[in-house]
Ligand binder design. Structure first.
Ligand code: GTP
Length: 464
């Protein structure tokens, strides 16, 4: 005869597996319970029997030398089918369910049985606490009640075990999460002593847990500790989490940067400080490098801008710079109603200079003329190389008379310079802005004046 199968059997088997009790080594706490069961019942055999899919396995036993039997000959398999009440059999040889059971007919000679189902919170019977006798007998109500109480202790032990194993698996998950991530984590108590640090924390600082747990920042890194302490206290006082960049002077030339998140923790109504720090030293280094690149780039762009506006031979503004400046000054002067004059200068007989002394000497002479013009013109007057051996000067706020004076000043500066190869002179045409003038019209008049200066003998200033 086959034992009945409980209606919730698959679920029952699953929960039994979750307890993780099957095939575990003997434990004194369970052994004590079967010893008590024997003492209280007077039966020679007592078992903590767990009914698995196809066997019953004994977590604790007394009076029996096997640790499991097949489920189909198990008395307990019948007991778990009625989880709400103990199963009591006075003489199995007269019970049709067991009369032919080998435990009854065989050498074990089982006759009496009393089993209390081990029922979980969810109402599932995992097995029984049972006693067996080789003689037919009755069990008193007191004995059954004692078995009930012992069975509830077994269930409590099983639940404790399951709770511990859940805790352990939670701990393993927690540890694996805390130790696998790219962050340092710690918890400090209200005396600012570390009560927890993760493994990356220890590895990063080459410390052992014994050195850190119970220590404060002042014990570990006294130089940086005051700053850490200030931020820790700020978190405690504000009860707000904060994040900031922390600098740790690990080595004189090797600063470590951390993005730190600190937050208040309340554990069993006590204040703790939680902290997570991510190493951003590399990011900081890259940012610094990027800033350096950027400022070098800005310098290069500025250099390029200036060189695009500078004549490479004379280091004065070039034609492009002249055009831009003249346009700007013409607009400004028109807008403000201020005078503006322009001087156009040309080195006299420069072709013959080149022909006589060579192009290189001509270059040097042009460069020297430009330098002379710059020093003699004074501040606020822009000197530009306008063409080959032609220069232009923009004179803001200068009327026609001032332009002639400045022109004469420049002419003399060149003419009176003791040039090393031969005397050099310049001819100058001036023009002063009229109300309707465009930059081109102003330039054209200055050019025309220069032409007249050349025509009338050179080394002179002619107003246009
Ligand atoms: N060395 C040198 N010569 C230049 C440069 N730019 C223009 N020149 C020369 O300047 C000379 C200008 O000659 P011209 O325009 O005939 O006039 P000039 O000989 O100066 O005579 P006037 O202007 O009439 O007094 C040419 O020989 C150009 O080759 C330059 O960058 N370097």
């Amino acid at each position: 005869m086959q034992p009945p199968v409980p209606p919730n059997e698959p679920q029952r088997i699953e929960v039994l597996e979750q307890y993780g009790i099957l095939d575990t080594p003997p434990e004194e706490r369970y052994e004590n319970i079967v010893d008590l069961a024997v003492a209280l019942s007077g039966a020679p055999i007592a078992l903590v029997s767990l009914v698995a899919a196809d066997r019953q396995w004994f977590k604790a036993k007394v009076g029996l030398d096997v640790c499991e039997t097949p489920r189909n000959i198990s008395f307990c398999a019948y007991a778990i089918a009625q989880p709400d009440e103990p199963m009591v059999i006075a003489d199995a040889s007269h019970d049709p369910r067991f009369a032919n059971n080998p435990l009854v007919t065989g050498p074990r000679h089982v006759r009496a049985y009393a089993g209390v189902p081990l029922v979980t919170d969810g109402g599932l019977a995992l097995g029984t606490l049972c006693v067996l006798d080789t003689e037919p007998r009755a069990f008193s109500a007191k004995q059954i009640d004692a078995l009930r109480k012992l069975a509830s202790q077994v269930v409590a032990l099983l639940d404790l075990r399951r709770g511990m194993s859940r805790l352990e698996s939670l701990r393993l998950r927690f540890e694996s999460f805390m130790n696998a991530g790219p962050f340092l984590a710690y918890i400090k108590d209200s005396d600012w002593r570390f009560v927890y640090v993760n493994r990356p924390f220890l590895q990063r600082f080459g410390l052992h847990a014994d050195q850190v747990i119970g220590s404060s920042d002042f014990d570990l890194w006294p130089e940086s500790a005051p700053a850490f302490r200030r931020s820790d206290e700020a978190i405690r006082d504000s009860t707000q989490s904060q994040n900031f960049v922390e600098v740790l002077d690990a080595h004189p030339e090797d600063k470590l940067y951390w993005r730190s998140y600190k937050f208040p923790l309340s554990i069993e109504e006590h204040f703790y400080l939680g902290g997570v720090s991510v190493d951003i030293t590399e990011t900081q280094r890259q940012r610094k490098q990027l800033e350096d690149y950027q400022s070098r780039l800005e310098e290069a762009v500025e250099e390029l801008r200036l060189s695009s506006l500078t004549d490479s031979l004379t280091r004065t503004g070039n034609r492009r710079a002249f055009d831009a400046q003249l346009t700007k000054h013409v607009e400004q002067a028109g807008h403000l109603g201020r005078p503006l004059s322009l001087l156009v200068l040309d080195v006299d007989h420069f072709k013959s200079f080149n022909d006589t002394f060579g192009h290189q000497a001509g270059d040097e002479a042009l460069s020297a003329v430009a330098a002379k013009l710059r020093t003699s013109c004074g501040d606020g007057i822009g000197v530009f190389r306008y063409g080959g051996e032609e220069f232009a000067l923009i004179l803001p706020d200068a009327d026609a008379a001032t332009a002639l004076v400045v022109g004469e000043h420049c002419r003399q500066a060149i003419a009176l310079t003791p040039w090393p190869l031969r005397p050099l002179t310049i001819s100058i045409g001036t023009a002063t802005l009229r109300a309707s003038d465009t930059p081109t019209a102003l330039l054209r008049r200055a050019d025309a004046a220069l032409y007249r200066a050349k025509e009338t003998g050179r080394d002179r200033v002619v107003g246009g």
